[in-house]
Design a protein around this ligand. Structure first.
Ligand SMILES: *Cc1c(COP(=O)(O)O)cnc(C)c1O
Length: 446
């Protein structure tokens, strides 16, 4: 059914970046759109397929961002496109809480099955990651009848009022947008690269600090949920030390606190598991999904223990667009693609290539302080050589160089010094290696 022919999977520049047509269009962008919006690469996109973005000047750009970890199944994945076309011709909206339809139910069945744990689970669909996190918090408070939510340094959970409170970094996410929601408590994150304590006991020490803080400053019996990203995304791909998530989850369970995993960025095969908590066999009470769930259509999910999800009174949850039928059709296509093309294994393979390439660069360029991540979620933290001082200038220069050569990479980090890589999981080895050679040249150019 897909009519547009796929783009050749190769980088090709026919103009400078941005080209003349993009420059003109970006002028209209700044005239018409809010100045509060950022921009990663100064081009206008016309089409995209798999790991290639085509701009309106005819340049083919390698996509190492996946629209922030969204098109895990590739740009314009055929199973997603075909199912959406079929659905758009059938109907576009009824509102699931007005007149239900099947594909919402099918997405929830899939989520209940794919998320960790063999216990009975139920799901709810909404429109965005932030809305999903908000609903997880609402449900946790309702179920536990407790007010407090514990979150972490370097966390990112969204841009709505509650999720701004949950997010750690002030600039740009929170500056001037307060006051923020109450009953949110931030605890330390074992960020090993910047940990001043003993690396050998980082897990135990962090757990001790966190549980002491909860017990003494909040009171564990007041805490509804501990909310954490299994690998922190916007904070800079911070991977917690081994044993940390299991210990945290155990503390939560022992204290009647719900453990909520925000898998918005780590989910849907990204890290070489369907969900990142599987790496240490952690089974959350609630797991939040969005980004990679639906091949680019706006959808998010809250999946949790049936007793928790059912604790809310009828009509206590919902929303007009949540679980829109087009987005649900797309999600079924995306999940089918992950399974049929074994993208979990593919993410591990990408992680090998990416990790090897980045570690080789780290040997060559002392500006790379650390390489970290898991699967197809990898990053480099840039420093002033020989120190751990953040090197934002190097990050900006590397990103700009990559863009000018037709490679789209994203930034991250509390200290604005991380270059992160989130390629579509269908990217070919050749294309990935081509992008890595551009990255090598970018570091050489510093
Ligand atoms: C992106 C993100 C969110 C917010 O998702 P939106 O769809 O942008 O609202 C929440 N949590 C994490 C971990 C994210 O990466």
């Amino acid at each position: 059914m897909t009519t547009l022919t796929n783009l050749t999977q190769e980088r090709r520049l026919v103009t400078a970046i941005p080209g003349p047509k993009s420059i003109e269009a970006l002028q209209r962008r700044s005239e018409a759109t809010s100045g509060g919006l950022g921009i990663a690469i100064p081009v206008i996109i016309e089409r995209a397929s798999d790991a290639i973005l085509l701009d309106i000047d005819g340049n083919q750009i390698i996509d190492l961002g996946s629209g922030i970890g969204v098109v895990n199944v590739g740009n314009s994945a055929s199973r997603v496109v075909d199912r959406v076309i079929e659905q758009v011709q059938a109907f576009t909206h009824t509102c699931f809480t007005v007149a239900p339809y099947m594909n919402y139910i099918e997405v929830c069945e899939k989520l209940n099955k794919l998320t960790p744990g063999t216990h009975k689970k139920k799901s709810l669909l909404v429109n965005s990651g932030a809305e999903a996190v908000e609903n997880a918090v609402k449900i946790a408070r309702h179920f536990t009848k407790r007010p407090a939510i514990v979150v972490f340094e370097h966390s990112y959970h969204g841009r709505t009022n509650l999720t701004m409170a949950l997010t750690a970094k002030n600039m740009p996410y929170k500056e001037g947008f307060g006051p923020f929601a109450p009953e949110v408590y931030r605890v330390p994150m074992p960020y090993s690269f910047h940990w001043v304590g003993n690396q050998a006991t980082i897990t135990e020490d962090a757990i001790e600090m966190i549980t002491h803080k909860i017990d003494k400053e909040i009171g564990a019996h007041n805490v509804a949920a501990i909310l954490i990203e299994p690998i922190q995304g916007e904070g800079g791909f911070i991977v917690p030390p081994k044993g940390f998530l299991p210990a945290l989850s155990k503390y939560a369970t022992d204290n009647g606190i719900l453990f909520i995993a925000d898998e918005v960025q780590t989910g849907f095969a990204r890290t070489g598991h369907m969900f990142a908590v599987e790496n240490e066999n952690v089974v959350p009470d609630i797991l939040v999904t969005a980004k990679g769930i639906a091949g680019g259509l706006p959808l998010a999910g809250i999946t949790g223990r049936a007793d928790v999800m059912d604790s809310v009174h009828t009509s206590g949850l919902g929303g007009t667009f949540g679980g829109n039928p087009l987005a649900c059709a797309a999600a079924l296509g995306a999940i089918e693609t992950i399974e049929a093309e074994n993208l979990v294994a593919r993410a591990q393979h990408i992680g090998q290539i990416l990790g090897d390439s980045l570690r080789a660069l780290a040997k060559k360029y002392p500006v790379i302080g650390e390489v970290r991540g898991r699967g197809a979620m990898q990053a480099v933290e840039l420093v002033e050589a020989g120190t751990k001082n953040p090197n934002t200038a190097a990050m900006n220069a590397v990103v700009k160089y990559c863009q000018s050569k037709g490679v789209l990479v994203l930034t991250a980090g509390t200290y604005s010094n991380v270059v992160r890589f989130l390629p579509p999981l269908v990217i070919s080895d050749e294309l990935l290696l081509d992008a890595m050679s551009v990255l090598d040249a970018a570091f050489a150019s510093l």
